[in-house]
Ligand binder design. Structure first.
Ligand code: BTN
Length: 345
């Protein structure tokens, strides 16, 4: 990866629809104009469409559809992100790579990004389908060195950060499904997997992994995945840049982690949860103390646990496991009766 390419791309991105003169680029980089031209030829080979007009210069018309290291670094520089990013074309799993780097003493925070994964991991020992075009696989590594109970809400907080960004910046109707799925119209668009090493009651290190379906072709995915999944592009009003998304998410999630560590996140976490909660006031099924229960989802507490109101007026909190929409006669009746103030959605 060449720093020259990053600088050229940064200039082209900053200029947006304007041209950047070859002379200016050459001066900035301390190379000849022919040298600039040669670098641009190389960039074209990796999927960039760059217009060249005599006496005006160069203009970026199209970006590659896949993750591209110099472009990601150029976007990260524009987003003023300082966090080190380790980029791979392919990996077994970005979470595994982050864990290996932590074990080898890498200073945290840092980020691992990959174009594809051969052994992508999901929750509860599942696989995460990780083909090489149109999806994001990112892991964030931290060394919180703090009480583990405090860290329990980190997945919810970072998930809300991603959800808020997609809604606010890209007008995408994303919701969060407790504890760690992002959905659009009931189909999964992202999954999150947080893994931590704990000493006594302290979190020594923690990896937050995000798999986000950006613009992959669902028709080419295995049926059992495609049936329950969606991509951002299916709902986006305009073309999304996967490299821009990755850079923005890296910046936002590392900033959000910092506010979490400084305990500044709580009011916003509870407010965003109310706005984006896919289960809000719906009858859900969850496992509680080894038994399946049904009740009405009533938001989260400060630790990110799901509050559930049972039909005997008792409230319980669920800390882990799968939650699904309730199926009992009681659930169906409540879903059909919005008059009680509940929105069945
Ligand atoms: C889930 O919904 O089951 C969680 C999926 C998490 C997938 C991401 S992709 C990046 C990171 N690396 C992995 O191996 N898993 C997470």
């Amino acid at each position: 990866m060449s720093q020259t390419d990053v600088t050229i791309l940064q200039s082209l991105l900053t200029a947006k629809d304007d041209f950047v003169s070859g002379n200016d680029l050459a001066q900035q980089l301390g190379i000849s104009r022919v040298g600039v031209w040669a670098r641009l030829e190389k960039l074209r080979e990796s999927g960039f469409v760059v217009e060249a007009v005599r006496h005006r210069g160069y203009r970026l018309m199209e970006e590659p559809r896949r993750l591209n290291e110099p472009l990601l670094l150029a976007y990260l520089a524009s987003a003023e992100s300082q966090v080190p990013v380790f980029f791979h074309e392919t990996l077994d799993s970005t979470n595994s790579e982050a864990e290996r780097r932590l074990a080898n003493g890498q200073t945290a925070p840092f980020v691992v990004v990959s174009g594809s994964q051969t052994r992508g991991r999901g929750r509860l020992g599942r696989r995460w389908y990780s083909p090489d075009e149109g999806n994001l696989y990112i892991s964030f590594a931290f060394r919180p060195e703090t009480n583990h109970a405090r860290m329990q809400a980190i997945t919810i907080w970072l998930g809300l950060t991603v959800c808020h960004y997609l809604r606010e910046v890209h007008q995408l109707p994303v919701q969060i499904k407790w504890p760690n799925d992002l959905i659009i119209n009931n189909r999964k668009v992202a999954g999150m997997l947080t893994e931590a090493r704990i000493d006594a009651d302290r979190t020594r290190d923690l990896v937050f992994g995000l798999g986000l379906n950006v613009s992959g072709k669902l028709s080419e995915w295995p049926l059992e995945v495609a049936e329950i999944a969606t991509t951002l592009s299916e709902h986006a009003p305009s073309v999304l840049s996967i490299n821009n998304l990755a850079a923005d998410l890296i910046k936002r999630c590392t900033d959000a982690y910092q506010s979490f560590i400084e305990s500044r996140h709580l009011p916003q976490m509870l407010e965003l949860w109310q706005q984006y909660d896919a289960f809000d006031q719906r009858v859900i099924r969850a496992e509680y103390r080894g038994k399946m229960i049904e009740g009405v989802a009533g938001g989260i507490d400060e630790r990110g646990a799901l509050k559930v109101n049972l039909d005997n007026e008792q409230q319980i909190t669920v800390n882990s496991g799968e939650v699904t929409i309730g199926t009992s006669a009681w659930a169906q009746q409540r879903a059909a009766e919005p008059a009680n103030g509940l929105d069945p959605k």
